[in-house]
Structures are given as C-alpha cells and as structure tokens.
Design a protein around this ligand. Sequence first.
Ligand code: CMX
Length: 136
Amino acid sequence: MQTTHIEHIGIAVKDLNKAIRFYEDVMGLHCYNIEEVVDQKVRTAFFMAGETKIELLESTSGDGPVAKFLEKRGEGVHHIAFAVKGIGEALSQAQENGIQTIDKEPRKGAEGLDIAFLHPKSTFGVLTELCENKKK
Ligand code: CMX
C-alpha cells in the first residue's frame, strides 16, 4: 500500500477536559476541534503537533470500544493512524496479505476522513487505522 505519513495518534483518556488541559497548558498545543463520533461512542479532541495530530478519545458509553479498552488496559495509546493513498485498495491489499481487518469496507470517521481499522492481533499488538482525506 502507499502510506504517506502518520495522520494521528489516538490516546484513550478517562476525562477529556482534564487531558485537554495537559496538552494545552503543559505541552503547549492548541485544541482546534472537539467532535463526537456517535457510532464509535467517543468524544474526540484534536491537536496538531507538526504534521501529526494527537486525537484524545473519551468514551461516551460504558459499552463502546474505548470504554472496553480503558477497563482492560487503562489510559494510554489506543491506536496509530496512517494516511494512505487509495484506502479501498490499501484495505484489500491488507486482506490479501492475511491481515485481519475490523472494517470490511472504509467508512466515515472523525473530521470526515475515510477510515478502516486493522485488528491488533494481526498487527503486533497495535490497533492500526488506515485513513484517507478525500477532500484534499
Ligand atoms: N490496542 C491493542 N490491543 C487491543 C486494543 C487496542 N486498542 N483494543 C483491544 N485490544 C486487545 C485486547 O487487549 C484483547 O487482548 P487479549 O485477548 O490478549 O486480552 C483483544 O484485543 C480483544 O479485546 P476485547 O476487549 O475483547 O475487545 P474486542 O475484541 O471486543 O474489540 C477491537 C477490540 C480492536 C476489535 C475494537 O476495539 C474495535 O473494533 N476497534 C476499532 C474501532 C475503535 O477503536 N473506535 C474508537 C476510535 C474511533 C475514532 O478514532 O474515531
């Protein structure tokens, strides 16, 4: 696949407002967007760190993927998202290489990106997201 850069790093947090204060007051970054992704049961906050975004994830429901992660593993890095060219083809190539994909087809994620997840059991323990900004 054609991977261009790390688009964002997703970090699961218990309290979004508290974590935003750390990234703004201590790390000197600016939170430029807060968005709820209803189907993923998360509220997200975004910061630019150079070319790469930091995406904070707070669960909005006790049974969402981030709630489960926090319960099992606690706060911390939840996923790494790679920007790719041609996400449909990239996902098919991953499947052809025997990688277990969580999404069978790309779908819409935060900030209007097309996204698809690869299962951490197939990717050395790191939940891996492929994403493409089709508006660019
Ligand atoms: N990173 C690494 N490993 C993870 C993980 C993560 N983020 N989430 C779960 N796992 C591991 C668990 O620790 C567990 O490992 P063990 O079997 O060794 O204990 C295994 O995967 C299964 O975990 P689980 O708690 O039973 O969780 P599920 O299988 O129900 O779901 C996953 C795991 C990755 C399939 C699910 O979280 C998922 O579909 N994620 C993709 C969607 C998502 O995360 N959305 C939130 C972000 C959305 C956004 O960025 O907008």
